[in-house]
Design a protein around this ligand. Structure first.
Ligand code: ADP
Ligand code: MG
Length: 280
């Protein structure tokens, strides 16, 4: 064996074994941490401890990232960027309590109601993120997209599999119930999802419609009653009624722009949800 091979073999083997054992942080850090420990006179159990702690911290971070990807959030938003002062109707203490995820352990639901642009999706995303960080598998979808997925799965004879997947996720977030009226089959499939999750997992629903108007989306009064019965048995209701944050934000941008208002008028666009004119 040549001296060169003698020197390289332990490093190469170590890299191989650490990869096999799925310890990427130990592999990346062992040399640097060894030098640090030698400098500060730490013995080998402490060296090993420091390395393994780094691996654990990294592993937790990787798992949170994986859960966030699996949740399919349209954007990652947290409560840190939510301005509670902008929406006084929202019970801040309740939201902070929900972010601790106790309701997921209790298999309870959350319903956020309010007009467009008041932060319902932001709050739902923030609760989803908090759940990912606490270790719960999360799925985010809109009511329209969920119903489409269910109809497609039914046509392709894989409805049962999708229903099982949806029933198994610890937190299912169904955003925007109410913007699109559902077909009667669509409404029944959605009802089945809520029904199968009843007391088995948590569901967060956001809607621009008060409960009394849900029939207009679900079609049948009987179905709406049965769905609300299950959804609201163990529930926290968040009320977000107020001015649209989007509109307020764009108005204050326009205010800052000052005299530019006139010249920008031709570039106005419409809020897709409310039809309100939004300056760009
Ligand atoms: P909704 O789902 O009720 O229509 P969104 O959650 O989509 O409203 O909010 C519209 C936009 O305004 C988003 O970009 C959101 O992050 C932001 N937003 C709404 N309310 C607040 C708030 N109170 N603090 C910070 N950002 C907000
Ligand atoms: Mg929304």
């Amino acid at each position: 064996m040549s001296p060169a091979r003698d020197e390289t073999t332990p490093g190469v083997l170590l890299a191989h074994h650490l990869k096999q054992l799925k310890l990427p942080t130990v592999l990346r850090e062992y040399d640097k941490v060894a030098r640090e420990c030698a400098q500060s006179g730490l013995d080998h159990p402490r060296y090993l401890l420091r390395l393994l702690e780094l691996e654990l911290i990294d592993r937790e971070r990787r798992m949170v990232e994986r859960r966030i990807r699996a949740a399919r959030f349209p954007a990652v938003k947290s409560l840190d960027t939510f301005d509670f002062a902008a929406i006084p109707s929202l019970n801040k203490m309740l939201v902070l309590e929900l972010a601790r995820c106790g309701y997921i352990l209790g298999r309870e639901n959350v319903i956020a109601l309010g007009n467009s642009g008041t932060g319902k999706t932001h709050i739902a995303l923030a609760l989803g993120l908090a759940a990912c960080q606490k270790g719960f598998p999360v799925t985010f979808t809109t009511a329209a997209s969920l119903v489409n997925q269910l109809l497609e799965a039914r046509d392709e004879r894989r409805l049962l599999r999708l229903q099982r997947e949806l029933a198994a996720v610890k937190l299912l977030i169904v955003d925007e119930l109410g913007y699109v009226p559902l077909s009667s089959t669509g409404a029944e499939l959605l009802f089945e999802v809520f029904s199968q999750r009843y007391e088995r997992g948590s569901t967060v629903v956001t809607s621009n419609l008060p409960f009394e108007d849900w029939t207009s989306v679900l079609g049948s009064e009987r179905l709406t009653g049965a769905l609300l019965d299950r959804l609201t048995h163990h529930v926290s209701i968040l009320s977000l009624n107020g001015d649209s944050y989007r509109l307020k934000a764009s108005r204050s941008r326009r205010g800052r722009a000052g005299g530019a208002e006139q010249t920008q008028a031709s570039a106005d666009t419409h809020d897709p949800e409310t039809g309100e004119v939004l300056p760009t």
